[in-house]
Design a binder for this molecule. Sequence first.
Ligand SMILES: Nc1nc2c(c(=O)[nH]1)N[C@H]1C(S)=C(S)[C@@H](COP(=O)(O)OP(=O)(O)OC[C@H]3O[C@@H](n4cnc5c(=O)[nH]c(N)nc54)[C@H](O)[C@@H]3O)O[C@H]1N2
Ligand SMILES: Nc1nc2c(c(=O)[nH]1)N[C@H]1C(S)=C(S)[C@@H](COP(=O)(O)OP(=O)(O)OC[C@H]3O[C@@H](n4cnc5c(=O)[nH]c(N)nc54)[C@H](O)[C@@H]3O)O[C@H]1N2
Ligand SMILES: [Mo]
Length: 760
Amino acid sequence: MARRSRHEEYDQPTGGWGSVASLVKHSTEQHAVGSVTGLLRHHNKVGGYMCTSCAWAKPGEPHAAEFCENGAKATFWDLTSKRTGPDFFAQHTVSELMNWSDFELENQGRLTHPMRYDASSDKYVEVAWEEAFADIGTKLKGYEPKRTVFYASGRASLETSYMYALFARLYGHNNLPDSSNMCHETTSVALPQSIGTPVGTVLLEDFDKTDCIFAFGQNVGTNSPRLLHSLQEARERDVPIVVFNPLRERGWEEFVNPQRVGEMLTNNPTQIATQYYQVRAGGDIAAMIGIGKALLALDDAARSEGGERVLDAAFIAEHTEGFAALETKLRGTSWAEITDESGLTRAAIEAAAQTFANATSIIAVYGMGLTQHRRGVDNVQMLVNLLLMRGQIGNPGAGICPVRGHSNVQGQRTVGIAEKVELVPLDKLAEQFGFEPPQEDGMATVEACEAIVAGKVQAFLGLGGNFIRAIPERELMEEKWRGLDLSVQIATKLNRSHLITGATTYLLPTLVRSEIDEQAGGEQIVTMEDSTTCIHASRGKWAPASKTLLSEPRIVAELAKAALTPNPKVPWDEWVADYAMVRDAIEQTYPDQFRDFNQRLDTPGGFPRPVAARERKWETDTGKANFKVPKALSASFDDGRDANVLRLITLRSNDQFNTTVYGYADRLRGIHGSRLIVMMNRDDRIRFGIPDKGKARLTTAVNDGIVRSIGGLEVIDYDIPPGTCAAYFPECNVLIPLWQFAEESKTPAAKSVPVTVTAE
Ligand SMILES: Nc1nc2c(c(=O)[nH]1)N[C@H]1C(S)=C(S)[C@@H](COP(=O)(O)OP(=O)(O)OC[C@H]3O[C@@H](n4cnc5c(=O)[nH]c(N)nc54)[C@H](O)[C@@H]3O)O[C@H]1N2
Ligand SMILES: Nc1nc2c(c(=O)[nH]1)N[C@H]1C(S)=C(S)[C@@H](COP(=O)(O)OP(=O)(O)OC[C@H]3O[C@@H](n4cnc5c(=O)[nH]c(N)nc54)[C@H](O)[C@@H]3O)O[C@H]1N2
Ligand SMILES: [Mo]
C-alpha cells in the first residue's frame, strides 16, 4: 500500500518527552525481552554491554540512563521476541519477499537457523551448521582467493574482526572492504596526510574543557544523541556552538535532557547552536576558506594595531608545513567566489570567524556532510587547516572530532580489517602465525562493486551489514550480484541483500551483542573501540534468541577451519573457547596499542589507544602537521552553474539505523508516514511546476548512458537552501553513480548527487 507523508513543523526540543514516547513505543511493539529497567542497569555500563547503535564515547562516570532514544530502539529491535525461522521461509518465496520494504523484512524479527537458498522452490531452506560450513569451505578451496571479497559492517567486535581479517590473509587476499569505506574512509585518508593519524584527537573529557565547538555536516540529535549531554554541559558554561548544515536539524537547536527530572517537567530546553549557518550542499570548502580568509584579516588588523595575534604563529612555525601555500590560496580567493559557492553571506562567515578567533580551545566535530562528497578529503583537511592556524590540535579542550558511525567501525580498522596493506603489520602477522600474508592491496567497497560488475568476483562473505542496499547504483549491482558463485551472509535480521542470491547462497544467523555468549570456557566478553579511540568491554545480559545461534567468532572460526589447511599457530577452537586468547593475540600483533589488553578491560570510560597527534607528534611525511590546499572551492561533482540541477543529500531519518528502518516517524524533522519524500526549498518546488504536496521524479544529471531515476516522491516544502534538496538513504541509492565517489578515499558521494526534478 502506498504510504502518504505528513509534515508539520516540529518545534519540540530533541530528547524530552518525544524521545521517551518513542522509546516506549518500540519496546512495546517489538515485545522486547529487554526492559527499560534492564537497559538502565546494563547499557553502556562497566560490567554490562556496549550499545550497538552509534560509536559515541561512553563516559567513565555514566549517567543513570547512559542511553538515548535511538540506542534503546536499536537494543529493543535486537531483543525483539519476533522470529524469522524456517517456517517463515517455508511460507514465502524470495521473489515475494523482494516486494517487501526494508521495514517489513527486518520487522519479522531475529533469524534463528542457518538457511540455504533453494532455486527450485525459490525459498530458503534450513541446513545444518556442519553442512553449511563444509560446503562453504569446499567451495572456497576451489576459488582463486583474490577473486573473493570478505566484507564487514562495523558492528562486529575487535575479537571477531581480528579473526576475520586473519582468515582473509591466511586464505590469500586483502579484499576486506568495510562499511567505513562508505563512511569515514575520507577521514582515514585525510587525517594521516594532515596530522599523521587516521582517527580523531579529541577525548570525551576535552568537551569539559573546550570553550568553542564548531560542527559541520553531522546530525547529532539522531545519530549520536549522547553527545548532546556534553554539548548541553558546554552550553551551560556559555561555550559557543557554531553549526554548518544545510538543514536546521533540531538536535543542534534545542535539547531537553531526559535524565533531568526538572527539565522534563518544565520542558525547559537548552539552546544548543549559538550560530547556525545553512551552507549549501558541497559548499563547506568555500565556507571554510572564507573563515580562514577572515581569520587572516583579523590577524592582519591585530598585527597593525599591535594587538594579540589571531594566528598561533609559534605553533605554525614549530609544528607545521605548508602554511604559505594555504595563505596564498586564502588571500587569492575572492569573497564573490566564496559567497557564491557556499551560499552564505560574507557577514555570516565573518561572524563565524570572529567566534573562532575569540576562543582559546576549539573542538571541530564533523560527520557525513563533509566526508561523502567528491572532495570530502579537501573538506576534512580544510577543517584541520583552520584548527592548525590557531594551534588547536594537541592541547586540552581542542582538536578534530570525526563522529564515527557503527559502534566498532573504527576498531575494525585498528585490528586489521583493511584493504590497504600499509595499514596492517603484515610482518608481525607473518612472524606470529608462520605464513606469508598477501602483499598487494585488496579491494575497498567501490572496487569490490566494480569487480562484481565486471564479473571478476566468485564469492562474497558478509560479516553483517546490508551491502547491496548500502552501496550506490543499486539496480545494476542487484543484477550483477546474480553472477556470484557463492554469497554468504552472517546476519541477525533478514534484509534485502539476503534476497539477491548467487549460484549458492547461505544465511548464517548470529547473536547480538546484548545476548549472553556462552562458550566452552564460560561466558565471553567482547570489546570495541569508540569514536574517541577508547576500548570498552561488553558482556551480554540476555538469553540468546535461539539455541541454534552461533556467535560471530565461532562462525568465523568454523568457516576458516573448513576453508584452510590447519595451522598449529592459529588455534581457532581454543580462541573460540576463550576470547581472552584472541585479545592476547591482538596484543601481540599491536603491542603499543593494546598493552595489557586483558587487564584493562574494565577501565571506566574505556582505555584510550595512544594517538601521536594528541602529543603533538606528527607521523606524517614531513614530520610536521601539514596544511593542505583544497583542490577546488566546490566539494561536489556538478559545477553548480545549471539552475535545473539540484544537489541531493541522501541522509538518515530519526527512525532508522542505516538500512534498518524502525518506522516512518522522522520526528525531529516533523515528517511522518512515508519515506518516499524529498525535502525541497519552496521556491525550487514552484520553479519546477510542482503543486503544494505534489509529487516529483528525480533523475541523476550525468551523461554516462545509464538512466538513474526514482519517481513518486512527495515534495515537502522545507527550510533548506535553494539548489539543495534532501531525501532518504537507502531508498535513493538508485540515483548514485558508482563512479561518483570521493577522490582518494573512494567514499561514495552520497551528499551531493546532481539531480534534475520533474513534476509527476
Ligand atoms: N540513530 C542512528 N544513529 C546512527 C546511524 C543511523 O542510521 N541511525 N548511522 C550511524 C552511521 S553508520 C553513521 S556513519 C553516522 C552518520 O551520522 P551523520 O554523519 O550525522 O550522517 P547523516 O544522517 O547522513 O547526516 C549528515 C548530516 O550532514 C548534513 N549535510 C549533508 N550535506 C552536507 C554538506 O554538504 N555540508 C554540511 N555542512 N552538511 C551537510 C545533513 O543535513 C545531515 O544533518 O551515524 C551513526 N549513528
Ligand atoms: N545514499 C547513502 N548511502 C549510504 C550512506 C548514506 O548516508 N547515503 N551511508 C553509508 C554508511 S555511513 C554506512 S556505514 C553504510 C552502512 O552499510 P552496512 O553496515 O552494510 O548496513 P547496515 O544497515 O548497518 O546493516 C544492517 C544489517 O546488519 C545486520 N546486523 C545487525 N547487527 C548485526 C550483528 O551484530 N552482527 C551481524 N553479523 N549482523 C548484524 C542485520 O542483518 C541488518 O539487516 O551505508 C552507506 N550507504
Ligand atoms: Mo557509517
